[in-house]
Design a binder for this molecule. Structure first.
Ligand code: XMP
Length: 311
């Protein structure tokens, strides 16, 4: 791919479309939204307002870490507190698509709607990539950031137009452009993390308590597999329980699944052959460090038929 040409074309197009209006974008810290933020700021400077929405679904310390990474590059990011709005929208929901829908609605209609009204932005810059579009259109999964491709007129529905500068790229292309732009490794090499965040790794209801459990497991898995070179690694909380023994007492405990995969673009994936001692060590930490968890499983399923995330 000709990265130079891609960057120049996208910057020119963003400039031309937005003109003298203002635009807004939500940064999740993932490689896609990070690249959009950088392209958007190069094109629009202060005409672009970048927000990080704290939706309660993020990993340990993530909001502060992301804001700092961008501050170090001279890009201001506003942290927007919206934990209660997301958690109350998710309360009681167990169906994967309903959960995704609740996150989409809370994000675009409620929280974003309010930010757009307050900022007067006419455009939203968005990190949609080609794989998101293909899978959504094929009906495999409703990626939370796909709107136009599903026939949703954002101008009508939410009051702003959406620009998607990455919609012709796949994940590997996004990383190539990040490297071309010399973005810090914590952005260009960052493992994929989905927009609906830890909610995609909780089967069943998303609550503060269940989020704390999967967040703790995620921190352990990321710490232990950070040097694995795998495409993606994650922890999932199942909506099931299993009997165990702790402190000589019966415990009907929670179950964490560890997933670690190899892929180039997330369309297909194989399972990483992690060394046994590594798996044992991760298991040991998860069952001893996280309250209420007494089983840890390693997922051996490739994509397809499984997806990478669990909802
Ligand atoms: P699946 O689970 O569909 O994941 O096999 C493929 C890749 O996409 C990420 N993913 C998402 N990314 N919004 C995103 O921005 C989403 O709704 C979403 N769902 C999954 C996932 O982490 C994997 O890398």
């Amino acid at each position: 791919m000709d990265c130079k040409k891609f960057v120049e074309e996208q910057i020119a197009e963003i400039k031309q479309t937005v003109g003298s209006a203002t635009a807004i974008n939500a940064l999740s810290g993932g490689v896609d939204s990070s690249l959009v933020t950088v392209l958007g700021h190069r094109a629009l400077g202060e005409q672009l307002k970048t927000v990080f929405i704290d939706n309660a679904l993020m990993r340990e310390g993530e909001p502060q870490r992301v804001v700092k990474t961008f501050a170090d590059m001279g890009i201001p990011v506003e942290l927007v507190e919206a934990q209660e709005e997301f958690l109350s929208a998710l309360a009681g929901l167990t169906d994967p698509e309903q959960k995704r829908q609740a996150i989409t609605d809370t994000f675009y209609a409620k929280v974003f709607g309010r930010l757009v009204r307050e900022s007067g932005a006419k455009f939203l810059l968005h990190g949609t990539i080609l794989t998101d579009i293909e899978e959504t259109v094929a009906g495999i999964k409703r990626q939370h950031n796909i709107l136009a491709q599903l026939g949703i007129d954002t101008k009508d529905a939410y009051g702003y137009s959406v620009l998607e500068p990455l919609k012709t790229l796949r994940k590997d292309g996004v990383r190539e452009v990040c490297e071309f732009l010399k973005l810090p490794a914590e952005i260009s090499k960052r493992i994929p993390f989905p927009g609906p965040a830890l909610a995609t790794r909780i089967v069943g209801e998303v609550t503060r308590e269940r989020l704390a459990t999967v967040r703790a497991a995620t921190a352990i898995v990321e710490e232990e597999l950070g040097d694995s070179d795998a495409f993606q690694y994650l922890a999932v909380l199942l909506n099931d329980r299993a009997t165990g023994i702790r402190d000589n007492k019966r415990e009907f405990g929670q179950i964490i699944v560890v997933r670690c995969i190899e892929s180039t673009d997330a369309r297909i994936a194989t399972v990483t052959e992690l060394p046994w001692y590594k798996l044992q060590h991760i298991c040991e930490r998860i069952i001893s460090e996280i309250k209420g968890v007494n089983r840890c499983l390693y997922d051996l399923t490739p994509k397809p038929p499984a997806t990478i995330e669990y909802i």
